[in-house]
Design a protein. Structure first.
Length: 269
Protein backbone atom coordinates (compact mmCIF):
# COMPACT_ATOMS: atom_id res chain seq x y z
CA UNK A 1 0.00 0.00 0.00
CA UNK A 2 1.10 3.53 -0.74
CA UNK A 3 0.17 6.20 1.80
CA UNK A 4 -0.84 9.68 0.71
CA UNK A 5 -2.58 12.75 2.05
CA UNK A 6 -5.75 14.58 1.07
CA UNK A 7 -5.41 18.14 -0.20
CA UNK A 8 -8.51 18.90 1.91
CA UNK A 9 -6.26 18.89 4.99
CA UNK A 10 -4.61 22.01 3.56
CA UNK A 11 -7.82 23.61 2.29
CA UNK A 12 -6.84 27.21 3.24
CA UNK A 13 -3.75 26.96 1.05
CA UNK A 14 -3.47 27.23 -2.71
CA UNK A 15 -3.67 23.76 -4.25
CA UNK A 16 -0.15 24.03 -5.69
CA UNK A 17 1.25 24.91 -2.27
CA UNK A 18 -0.73 22.05 -0.70
CA UNK A 19 0.70 19.49 -3.14
CA UNK A 20 4.22 20.80 -2.62
CA UNK A 21 3.94 20.59 1.18
CA UNK A 22 2.49 17.08 1.08
CA UNK A 23 5.33 16.00 -1.20
CA UNK A 24 7.98 17.56 1.02
CA UNK A 25 6.57 15.71 4.02
CA UNK A 26 7.41 12.44 2.30
CA UNK A 27 3.96 11.17 1.44
CA UNK A 28 3.75 8.86 -1.55
CA UNK A 29 0.53 10.28 -3.00
CA UNK A 30 -1.97 13.12 -2.85
CA UNK A 31 -5.74 13.10 -3.24
CA UNK A 32 -6.75 16.31 -5.00
CA UNK A 33 -10.19 17.59 -4.10
CA UNK A 34 -11.71 18.76 -7.37
CA UNK A 35 -13.21 21.81 -5.68
CA UNK A 36 -9.78 22.75 -4.34
CA UNK A 37 -8.36 22.87 -7.85
CA UNK A 38 -11.41 24.56 -9.36
CA UNK A 39 -11.42 27.21 -6.64
CA UNK A 40 -7.83 28.16 -7.40
CA UNK A 41 -8.27 28.11 -11.18
CA UNK A 42 -5.11 26.10 -11.84
CA UNK A 43 -4.18 24.63 -15.20
CA UNK A 44 -3.75 20.86 -15.20
CA UNK A 45 -0.18 21.21 -16.45
CA UNK A 46 0.74 23.05 -13.25
CA UNK A 47 -0.69 20.24 -11.14
CA UNK A 48 1.06 17.49 -13.10
CA UNK A 49 4.33 19.40 -12.79
CA UNK A 50 3.97 19.53 -9.01
CA UNK A 51 3.16 15.83 -8.87
CA UNK A 52 6.18 15.02 -11.01
CA UNK A 53 8.58 17.04 -8.85
CA UNK A 54 7.74 14.93 -5.80
CA UNK A 55 7.00 11.71 -7.74
CA UNK A 56 3.50 11.59 -6.24
CA UNK A 57 0.75 9.23 -7.23
CA UNK A 58 -2.62 10.97 -7.43
CA UNK A 59 -6.33 10.36 -6.96
CA UNK A 60 -9.22 12.83 -7.14
CA UNK A 61 -12.10 13.42 -4.75
CA UNK A 62 -15.31 14.52 -6.46
CA UNK A 63 -17.37 17.39 -5.01
CA UNK A 64 -19.29 16.57 -1.85
CA UNK A 65 -21.30 18.68 0.58
CA UNK A 66 -24.53 19.74 -1.09
CA UNK A 67 -23.76 17.71 -4.22
CA UNK A 68 -26.28 14.85 -4.15
CA UNK A 69 -26.55 12.18 -6.84
CA UNK A 70 -29.99 11.18 -5.51
CA UNK A 71 -31.50 14.62 -5.03
CA UNK A 72 -35.32 14.52 -5.41
CA UNK A 73 -35.14 17.57 -7.69
CA UNK A 74 -34.21 16.36 -11.18
CA UNK A 75 -32.37 19.60 -11.95
CA UNK A 76 -30.26 19.38 -8.78
CA UNK A 77 -29.50 15.72 -9.45
CA UNK A 78 -28.43 16.49 -13.02
CA UNK A 79 -26.18 19.27 -11.72
CA UNK A 80 -24.61 16.86 -9.23
CA UNK A 81 -23.95 14.35 -12.00
CA UNK A 82 -22.39 17.05 -14.16
CA UNK A 83 -20.01 18.06 -11.34
CA UNK A 84 -19.00 14.45 -10.79
CA UNK A 85 -18.39 14.06 -14.53
CA UNK A 86 -16.15 17.13 -14.39
CA UNK A 87 -14.21 15.46 -11.58
CA UNK A 88 -13.77 12.34 -13.72
CA UNK A 89 -12.50 14.51 -16.57
CA UNK A 90 -10.14 16.28 -14.17
CA UNK A 91 -8.79 12.93 -13.00
CA UNK A 92 -8.11 11.86 -16.55
CA UNK A 93 -6.31 15.12 -17.30
CA UNK A 94 -3.88 14.88 -14.35
CA UNK A 95 -3.21 11.16 -14.60
CA UNK A 96 -5.40 9.98 -11.72
CA UNK A 97 -6.91 6.55 -12.22
CA UNK A 98 -9.42 6.90 -9.37
CA UNK A 99 -12.18 9.36 -8.49
CA UNK A 100 -13.74 9.04 -5.03
CA UNK A 101 -17.49 9.68 -5.13
CA UNK A 102 -20.05 10.09 -2.35
CA UNK A 103 -23.34 8.23 -2.89
CA UNK A 104 -26.71 9.94 -2.89
CA UNK A 105 -28.57 10.54 0.36
CA UNK A 106 -31.99 11.53 1.70
CA UNK A 107 -32.61 15.26 2.01
CA UNK A 108 -36.40 15.25 2.41
CA UNK A 109 -38.48 13.32 4.93
CA UNK A 110 -40.77 11.83 2.28
CA UNK A 111 -37.89 10.14 0.43
CA UNK A 112 -37.63 6.40 0.91
CA UNK A 113 -34.46 4.36 1.03
CA UNK A 114 -35.56 2.61 -2.16
CA UNK A 115 -35.98 5.92 -4.01
CA UNK A 116 -32.53 7.11 -2.96
CA UNK A 117 -30.99 3.76 -3.88
CA UNK A 118 -32.59 3.80 -7.33
CA UNK A 119 -31.61 7.41 -8.08
CA UNK A 120 -28.05 6.82 -6.89
CA UNK A 121 -27.76 3.71 -9.03
CA UNK A 122 -28.97 5.54 -12.14
CA UNK A 123 -26.59 8.47 -11.59
CA UNK A 124 -23.62 6.21 -10.91
CA UNK A 125 -24.31 4.07 -13.98
CA UNK A 126 -24.12 7.18 -16.17
CA UNK A 127 -21.01 8.40 -14.35
CA UNK A 128 -19.28 5.03 -14.71
CA UNK A 129 -19.90 5.01 -18.44
CA UNK A 130 -18.18 8.38 -18.75
CA UNK A 131 -15.36 7.14 -16.52
CA UNK A 132 -14.90 4.00 -18.62
CA UNK A 133 -14.39 6.10 -21.73
CA UNK A 134 -11.62 8.01 -19.93
CA UNK A 135 -9.97 5.06 -18.21
CA UNK A 136 -10.96 6.17 -14.69
CA UNK A 137 -12.43 4.14 -11.82
CA UNK A 138 -15.35 5.55 -9.82
CA UNK A 139 -14.62 4.53 -6.21
CA UNK A 140 -17.84 4.73 -4.21
CA UNK A 141 -17.31 5.64 -0.56
CA UNK A 142 -19.08 4.19 2.48
CA UNK A 143 -20.63 7.02 4.46
CA UNK A 144 -21.04 7.93 8.12
CA UNK A 145 -23.81 6.40 10.17
CA UNK A 146 -25.98 9.52 10.30
CA UNK A 147 -29.45 10.67 9.34
CA UNK A 148 -30.06 10.61 5.58
CA UNK A 149 -27.22 8.32 4.58
CA UNK A 150 -28.17 5.10 2.79
CA UNK A 151 -24.83 3.52 1.87
CA UNK A 152 -23.16 3.13 5.26
CA UNK A 153 -22.27 -0.55 5.62
CA UNK A 154 -19.56 -1.83 3.26
CA UNK A 155 -21.97 -4.57 2.17
CA UNK A 156 -24.39 -1.91 0.93
CA UNK A 157 -21.66 -0.24 -1.11
CA UNK A 158 -20.65 -3.57 -2.64
CA UNK A 159 -24.30 -4.40 -3.37
CA UNK A 160 -24.66 -1.08 -5.20
CA UNK A 161 -21.49 -1.75 -7.20
CA UNK A 162 -22.73 -5.22 -8.12
CA UNK A 163 -26.11 -3.87 -9.21
CA UNK A 164 -24.45 -1.25 -11.39
CA UNK A 165 -22.46 -4.08 -12.93
CA UNK A 166 -19.86 -1.78 -14.45
CA UNK A 167 -16.14 -2.47 -14.50
CA UNK A 168 -15.46 1.20 -13.74
CA UNK A 169 -17.25 0.95 -10.35
CA UNK A 170 -15.31 0.01 -7.19
CA UNK A 171 -15.21 0.73 -3.46
CA UNK A 172 -13.47 3.30 -1.29
CA UNK A 173 -13.26 2.09 2.30
CA UNK A 174 -13.40 5.06 4.66
CA UNK A 175 -12.24 3.63 7.99
CA UNK A 176 -13.42 6.56 10.15
CA UNK A 177 -16.84 6.43 8.50
CA UNK A 178 -17.04 2.70 9.18
CA UNK A 179 -16.16 3.32 12.83
CA UNK A 180 -19.41 5.28 13.23
CA UNK A 181 -21.38 2.01 13.08
CA UNK A 182 -19.87 1.08 16.46
CA UNK A 183 -17.80 -1.83 17.79
CA UNK A 184 -18.82 -4.12 14.92
CA UNK A 185 -16.68 -2.12 12.46
CA UNK A 186 -13.70 -4.56 12.40
CA UNK A 187 -16.02 -7.51 11.81
CA UNK A 188 -17.78 -5.69 8.98
CA UNK A 189 -14.40 -4.83 7.46
CA UNK A 190 -13.35 -8.45 7.39
CA UNK A 191 -16.42 -9.29 5.31
CA UNK A 192 -15.37 -6.91 2.51
CA UNK A 193 -14.48 -8.84 -0.61
CA UNK A 194 -12.90 -6.05 -2.65
CA UNK A 195 -11.27 -2.72 -1.76
CA UNK A 196 -10.02 -0.36 -4.46
CA UNK A 197 -9.10 2.72 -2.40
CA UNK A 198 -8.86 3.67 1.30
CA UNK A 199 -9.39 6.76 3.44
CA UNK A 200 -7.66 6.68 6.82
CA UNK A 201 -8.19 8.89 9.84
CA UNK A 202 -8.79 8.41 13.53
CA UNK A 203 -12.23 8.69 15.10
CA UNK A 204 -13.65 9.75 18.44
CA UNK A 205 -17.17 10.16 19.73
CA UNK A 206 -18.73 13.09 17.89
CA UNK A 207 -15.67 13.66 15.67
CA UNK A 208 -15.23 11.58 12.53
CA UNK A 209 -11.95 12.71 10.95
CA UNK A 210 -9.42 13.04 13.77
CA UNK A 211 -5.61 13.09 13.36
CA UNK A 212 -3.97 9.68 13.62
CA UNK A 213 -3.35 8.62 17.20
CA UNK A 214 -5.65 11.25 18.68
CA UNK A 215 -8.89 9.29 18.67
CA UNK A 216 -10.33 5.99 19.82
CA UNK A 217 -9.43 3.78 16.86
CA UNK A 218 -6.73 1.18 17.01
CA UNK A 219 -5.03 2.57 13.92
CA UNK A 220 -2.28 -0.04 14.14
CA UNK A 221 -4.89 -2.80 13.89
CA UNK A 222 -6.42 -1.18 10.81
CA UNK A 223 -3.05 -0.83 9.11
CA UNK A 224 -2.37 -4.48 9.91
CA UNK A 225 -5.78 -5.38 8.49
CA UNK A 226 -5.00 -3.59 5.24
CA UNK A 227 -1.42 -4.75 4.72
CA UNK A 228 -2.09 -8.29 3.43
CA UNK A 229 -5.30 -7.37 1.59
CA UNK A 230 -4.57 -4.11 -0.17
CA UNK A 231 -1.83 -2.62 -2.34
CA UNK A 232 -3.44 0.64 -3.50
CA UNK A 233 -3.54 4.19 -2.15
CA UNK A 234 -4.33 4.88 1.51
CA UNK A 235 -5.23 8.56 1.81
CA UNK A 236 -4.89 10.20 5.23
CA UNK A 237 -7.76 12.54 6.10
CA UNK A 238 -7.48 13.35 9.85
CA UNK A 239 -7.33 17.11 10.37
CA UNK A 240 -7.46 19.99 12.85
CA UNK A 241 -8.84 23.25 11.48
CA UNK A 242 -6.41 26.06 12.18
CA UNK A 243 -3.41 23.72 12.48
CA UNK A 244 -3.36 22.35 8.97
CA UNK A 245 0.36 22.01 8.31
CA UNK A 246 1.07 20.82 11.84
CA UNK A 247 -1.58 18.10 11.43
CA UNK A 248 -0.23 16.89 8.08
CA UNK A 249 3.22 16.62 9.68
CA UNK A 250 1.87 14.92 12.83
CA UNK A 251 0.01 12.32 10.75
CA UNK A 252 3.22 11.54 8.90
CA UNK A 253 5.17 11.27 12.16
CA UNK A 254 2.55 8.87 13.55
CA UNK A 255 2.96 6.68 10.48
CA UNK A 256 6.75 6.78 10.85
CA UNK A 257 6.37 5.42 14.39
CA UNK A 258 3.67 2.90 13.53
CA UNK A 259 4.65 1.24 10.28
CA UNK A 260 7.42 -1.34 10.63
CA UNK A 261 9.50 -0.01 7.76
CA UNK A 262 9.81 3.07 5.63
CA UNK A 263 9.12 0.83 2.63
CA UNK A 264 5.47 0.60 3.72
CA UNK A 265 5.05 4.36 3.81
CA UNK A 266 6.88 4.78 0.53
CA UNK A 267 5.01 2.06 -1.27
CA UNK A 268 7.52 -0.77 -1.03
CA UNK A 269 4.91 -3.37 -0.12
Amino acid sequence: MRIGCSSKLLWPEHIVSAIDFIGRQGYRAVEVWAEHMWRDGVETSVITRGLSVHELDVSVHAPAGKVNLAHPCAEARAHALKLNERAVELASSIGAGTVVVHPGRMVQSHQSREEVWSATKQSLAELCERARNLGVVVALENMENRVGEVLVAPADVLDMINEIGHRSAAMTLDIAHLATVGPDAPCLAQEITSIHHVHLSDHSRGHTHVPLGQGDLDVRWWLGFLEPRFSGLVIVEGLVIGSERETVSANREFLDRTLPTQDQLMGGV
